[in-house]
Design a protein around this ligand. Structure first.
Ligand code: MG
Length: 452
């Protein structure tokens, strides 16, 4: 796909992602869906309103009525789409810096579109085969009020409120000026928590921090946890489909460690957990411990969703899936990543044990990353062939869904060409740093020799 990546299309607003382009995306989606009604919402970005207006015009011009939901977390839009049975457009650049914006597309079942559906819309976009309506049949546009309140109530119905409320927790929350600023404080308060916040005023300039919830952007949250003696710190990205945590000591917790703690609580024997090929050894260990299967897909949430659906059709139970970046699915609840819901599931665990204790078994794994540049596709192919040979000769389980991943039981190493740069990336992980470094070095040497 040229236009859509696995999670929609993104770019610097008004340069790459212009109103004219977003209008064409909306016309293409409206045409391909053929829906009578489409919902549209956005995160807090400065350019969001302008792009929503463009998308609204595009949808109306192909005859779709438009429900404008205002600012709403992506998972809230997905919940609305599912409830109303209408597809939706979300104007958001998720965790990207403030100057970016983007478009995510959601089906009438509330699930992100599959690659096949996106390809259909892209084809309509590229050949501009829009189903323009006659002047007297254009769509009607209406503002729908109260969707944020409804979304919070919907979240509340999905979690064990009593268990959380009885624990009298203090939550330090950093929604990062994003869409979660307008829903998560109320949600955690409704769960009976005392809520203290930082960066919780919606602001598309993101004055307090960048939207990406990574350790270097979250220093203030750690300080707030300590100052307020909170039980846990919670941070979202710009559209609040992710949650990243701090423990009660104000220490940042790796996304992989929380994912592992949540998975350990969810998984039973015979269950399946789905993640991407760069999945942490922590998840490998949790799945093994639980007697559960671990299924790996190519990187990208669309691939994870597709696999969950296949497994579900096969009658396999997938109680949890996702990636170590804080984007986690609880498919029994909804086939959507939801930062607030994920946080509530973590609070259910924090009700019984301190956060630091919950993640302690998954602490201290060592990750090693190396990059190898290539100058031509021939060089790249020689490197990948060498990786394949090395993989076949190694005493490890090989997964070739996206690059070459070798699982050694106690550790893994992956060689994978970057999607955006002329690089082959090498990842390795083990409990011992030395083990991870040895595996990464070994594969690095193999690739470097092949390139020479
Ligand atoms: Mg996001």
């Amino acid at each position: 796909m040229e236009v859509f990546g696995s999670s929609g299309t993104r770019g610097v607003a008004n340069e790459e992602l212009t109103p004219a382009f977003v209008m064409r995306v909306a016309k293409a989606a409206g045409t391909a869906w053929g829906a009578e009604r489409v919902a549209i919402a956005r995160d807090t970005r400065h350019t969001g309103r302008m792009l929503v207006d463009a998308a609204t015009s595009g949808l109306a011009s192909v005859g779709a009525d438009v429900d404008r939901l205002g600012i709403l977390p992506t998972p809230g839009v997905q919940a609305y789409a599912e409830r109303e049975g209408v597809p939706a457009i979300v104007v958001t650049a998720s965790h990207n810096p403030p100057q970016y914006n983007g478009v995510k597309l959601v089906g009438a079942d509330g699930v992100e579109l599959s690659v096949a559906d996106l390809e259909g819309i892209e084809a309509t976009l590229l050949d501009e085969s829009f189903a323009d309506a006659p002047w007297n049949e254009i769509g009607r546009v209406r503002d729908v009020d109260g969707v944020r309140r409804w979304y919070v109530a919907d979240l509340l119905a999905g979690v064990d409120r009593e268990r959380i409320a009885d624990a009298d927790l203090t939550v330090a929350l950093d929604p990062g000026h994003g869409a979660g600023s307008l829903t998560s404080p109320e949600f955690f308060r409704s769960l009976g928590c005392r809520v203290v916040t930082v960066n919780a005023q919606p602001d598309g300039h993101f004055p307090g921090r960048d939207p990406e919830p990574v350790a270097e952007n979250l220093g203030e949250l750690g300080r707030l946890v300590r100052a307020a003696e909170a039980d846990v710190g919670i941070a979202h990205d710009g559209d609040a489909d992710r949650a990243i945590f701090f423990d009660e000591n104000g220490e940042y917790v790796e996304g992989d460690a929380t994912f592992a703690a949540l998975a350990a609580a969810e998984l039973g024997a015979g269950d399946t957990i789905v993640s991407a090929v760069n999945v942490s050894q922590r998840i490998v260990d949790v799945a093994t411990e639980a007697g559960a299967e671990l299924e790996l897909t190519p990187i990208g949430s669309t691939n994870i969703i597709t696999r969950i659906r296949e497994l579900d059709a096969d009658g396999r139970r997938v109680p949890i899936a996702g990636e170590g970046n804080g984007g986690i699915f609880f498919p029994d609840y909804r086939l959507a990543r939801d930062g607030a819901f994920t946080a509530a599931r973590f609070l259910e665990l924090v009700a019984d044990a301190p956060a630091s204790e919950l993640v302690a078994p998954y602490d201290g794994y060592a990750n090693v990353r190396r990059n190898l540049e290539y100058g031509s596709t021939a060089e790249r192919d020689a490197m990948l062939d060498a990786a394949a040979n090395h993989a076949h000769a190694a005493d490890a389980e090989l997964n070739t869904r996206d690059g070459y991943r070798l699982d050694y039981g106690d550790a893994w190493v992956l060689a994978r060409p970057s999607g955006t740069e002329p690089l082959v990336r090498i990842y390795a992980e083990a409990r011992e740093r030395e083990r991870a470094e040895t595996l990464a070095e070994e594969l690095y040497d193999v690739l470097a020799n092949a390139k020479a």
